[in-house]
Ligand binder design. Sequence first.
Ligand SMILES: C[S@@+](CC[C@H](N)C(=O)[O-])C[C@H]1O[C@@H](n2cnc3c(N)ncnc32)[C@H](O)[C@@H]1O
Length: 236
Amino acid sequence: MSAQPTGILRRLIRSWREYGKHDAIVRRDEYILEHLAGLDANALVVNVGCATVRRFEAECPGRYLATDLRVLPTVDFSSDATRLPLADNSVDTLITLEMLEHVPDPGAVVAELGRVLKPGGTLLLSVPSAVPRHDTHDFWRFTAQGIAALCDPVFAHGKVTVYGGTFETLGYLTAYYVSLLLHVLKFPGKTFRQFFPTVGRAIDKRAGWTTSTSALHTLAFDLLYVGTGADTTEAR
Ligand SMILES: C[S@@+](CC[C@H](N)C(=O)[O-])C[C@H]1O[C@@H](n2cnc3c(N)ncnc32)[C@H](O)[C@@H]1O
C-alpha cells in the first residue's frame, strides 16, 4: 500500500509545482495588466528603464513607448530618466520597474516622472526591497515607507503594495544562497528555487504577513508604488 500525501502536504506540493505561475513578480504583473486592460486606444504608455524587454507591449491597448539609458534594440528612444524628452503632462501611464535602485539620485527621477505624467494619469513604479545586490550600478534598497516618502510629495495619491511577504522573501533569499552554495560545491540546485518561496508564502499567509507595509520586523521582496498624476500647473 503506497502512502498518499494528505491535507497540508498535498496542498504544499501542488503550490510548489505551480509556484512559478504565482510568484511575487507574476502577482505584481497581474495588477499592472489589469490596469493596462482598462486603458483606451489613445492612451500613451511609457516604459522607463525597460532594459531588454518591451514588457506588457503585447497586452497594451494604447500607444506604447519604451526607453532606457542604454541604446538597446528594445528602446524607441534612449534617455536618462532624469531628463525625459517628453512634454509636461503628456503620459497617461508610466511603467518603471526595478530601475530606481540603479540611479544615484532616485528623487530626480521621481520628479521627472511627476513632470511628464498627466494629472490623473497613473505611475506604476516597482522597487526591490530585500534582494541581493544584482548589478555594478546598484545603489539603493527601499522600504514601503521609504518609497512612499520619495513619491508622495510628487503625486496626488499614492499606495504601496508588497509583493512577497516576510517568509516568502526569506524563501527567495534561502533559495538564492542555497543555489549559490550548491553551485560553488558543483551540485545541481534548481529544485530549491521554488521550494523555499512556496513554503515561505504558506507561512506568510498563515501568520498574516503577506502584505504588511508597516509592521516591524517584516521583509518585502518587491514593492509596487501606484501613484496618480498631480495637477502641477499652478505650482509651475
Ligand atoms: C534591472 S533593469 C530594469 C528591468 C526592466 N524594467 C524590467 O521590467 O524587467 C534596470 C534598467 O534601468 C536602466 N537605467 C539605469 N539608470 C537609468 C537612468 N538614469 N535612466 C534610464 N534608465 C536607467 C538600466 O540601463 C537597466 O536597463
